[in-house]
Design a protein around this ligand. Sequence first.
Ligand code: NAP
Length: 530
Amino acid sequence: MPTVELTGEMLIGASAVLGSAGTVTGRDPRTGEELKPTYGLGGSAEVDRAAELAWAAFGTYRQTDGEQRAAFLDRIAANLEAVAEPLVARVIAETGIAEPRVRGELARTVNQLRLFGRVLREGSWIGARIEPPLPDRKPLPRPDLRQRKIPLGPVAVFGASNFPLAFSVAGGDTASALAAGCPVIVKAHSSHPGTSEIVGRAIQSAVAESGLPEGVFSLLYGGGSSLGTALVAHPRVRAVGFTGSRSGGLALAATAAARPVPIPVYAEMSSVNPVFLLPSALEAAPEALGASFVTSLTTGVGQLCTNPGLVFAVDSPALDAFLSAASAAVSSSAAAPMLSRGICAAYGEGAQRYAGHPQVKAVADGLTDDSIDAPGVAHLYTTSGSAFLSDHTLHEEVFGATSLVVRLEDVSQLPSVVEALEGQLTASVHANDDDLEVAGELLPELELKVGRVIFNGWPTGVDVGQAMVHGGPFPSTYDGRSTSVGTLAIERFLRPVAYQDLPAALRPAGLDDANELGIFRQLDGQFGRD
Ligand code: NAP
């Protein structure tokens, strides 16, 4: 098995730099043991150096063609596969995530990098649109207009605690920004510094092996409100990708908006992913739905942004049967390590909010395990539709395996419940043929609230592909016009430029008359490869 020597240093371009503004150390959430080495934190000098290097690299990197960038992403993927064993071991030690899920997440990470490589080779991401000139048009001639998309510039990426690989140093934000032609500066998440270093070194090597300028990638360690804020405020940084808490995302968005030149912030923040059990579907299989619900609820110890935190159903014997099956599954669910002590403490407070609420009833608690340092125990609560509608605190995310089942008086309460919900990543509807009328009325309301509507399934499990949307109206994300998962994510780091009457000799690739790249583009209003 290859070994990787961890040094505790930041990676700034091609250099490794030990920070001196404090330290952070990984901790095994299963045992509480501190994990060597200690990481030195950076400050504004390191932010400045990484940002200036990124800006210097941008000039060259943005001129690389799709094939060069695809080969670079493939190389990162291969470098990660080469360190798979030490990487998986370190992720497990720093996060307590079970090995099969870590291996699955590593596969998802490398597949995601290669997927963006295929996007680059296919070419239509360039967004070429050509309107040939109409010199005889009356009353005014039309100029020659050609449009394409160009990268924004250096992107600051904040690694997520709950996806140490797929949404951290080489995760979806980094892959899509690099694909777009943007250098990336990652602020490592403080709870998995060693994982970040292994992945960062794989990218740093890929930069050198690909002959790219060193500033294409840097990895910094530091506090969010100190180094993270300085990074977002730095004038060379042109966009932000973030996954985490609402408070963290909003703080960074405020920093970005207060800059002399504001920049876009793509922050995925908080979602409770409502589930609607429509009457006929619920009556047909209440026990099976109860069991499959708890499987989704407890996946990843509930620490998934798509965790089903709210369930709505009309009060009925079928709902009682659902609850009894779900209670049995929750009561026998084992405690498992949460990602960190901090997340465990926040989860405890969130569950306590339900437990101490006068109109909320505790239905089931999972098994406890005192041998785990940061234990995640599942909980299930119920409340009434009117209590839910009158108290907004019952709408807020509890990050972990806790869900609130809301007993509705009848289906006529559904529209007001949907209306009251905040923006969400997902909504799930369980419906059979006899529910289609209600489902048909619900759908146009739900699509205004969420980024993905799921029928007869559960929200956990996000397919990484061409048609996925993992985004949604505020506060599920700060800017709901995009997605952080899937190929459309590249759009976040591009902007359109039009060239009017550009001399033929200066036309960028994809905007030439002959379409030598052979890409799918729009010519005079028609899409094709002409
Ligand atoms: P977090 O506290 O928001 O941290 C995420 C990143 O943002 C970290 O790098 C953190 O830096 C930085 N940060 C936090 N607050 C900041 C601020 N005020 N200004 C600038 N940067 C800031 O998220 P987390 O550690 O992943 O989890 C904490 C809570 O977030 C969870 O309990 C849960 O409620 C929520 N969460 C939600 C989702 C979701 O998808 N819905 C996912 C993950 C977490 P530091 O190094 O200083 O911590």
